[in-house]
Design a protein around this ligand. Sequence first.
Ligand code: 6PG
Length: 247
Amino acid sequence: MKSPNINILPDLKGISHAAAAEFLKIGNAAIEENDRFTVALAGGSTPRKLYEYLASDKYNSDIDWEKVFFFFGDERDVSPASNQSNFKMASEFLFKPLGINKSNIFRWQTEIIDAPGIADQYEKTIRKFFGLKAGEFPRFDLTLLGMGEDGHTASLFPRTGALNETAKITAANLVKQIRSFRLTRTFPTINNPANILLLVSGEGKAKTLQKVLENDFDAEKFPVQCIKPENGKLTWLVDEAAAQFLK
Ligand code: 6PG
């Protein structure tokens, strides 16, 4: 297997600056080519500094934000106003500071009561935006991802049903480990973008990162090992603390 493209940065700030530069490079190339930039954001805490940087004076004038269209790789089964919501985090640190138009933001409609209904609705949203036929998957210009200490990515957790979904774009994934549903894009979707940036920070992830990158493939145990874009570029952006056990 082609060795993954791993960039090791000193710390989270280094990862976030590198990710901001890549975001803008990929985004401006996409706008140049298609007059729009489609990006699927990651949730959790790692990307927060990246979002802050993109909204800061250092970077915020380097792209035409009106041509950037934001989606979410996954979401918690909570209200968009909840502190657990990935949409709320992105709104606070990216959308509001930049004044992003609502029409450029496509979030999971988590106010729908049941998780499968939320997933179905988001599938429709994505199909409509990309004009997809049955069996086609969206090709985002950029997908941002993180990795959990258990080797999950997006909301594709170890030994959960959504790992095996190959037909749908989205899934409502019952995650027994956290006793709740999570909304997630599926592997065929997550592996279809032109570019993936996978951000991993902190010593808490170091043992898992070493197993993920250097041990045998085990999709059920380490779902993040299944991130292999068919015809796209995967770049890991990890900091020294997370990379400390890599050979
Ligand atoms: C989420 C994310 C999830 C995240 C990892 C890492 O909804 O939480 O999509 O996949 O990327 O859990 O989370 P941290 O960045 O908080 O460590």
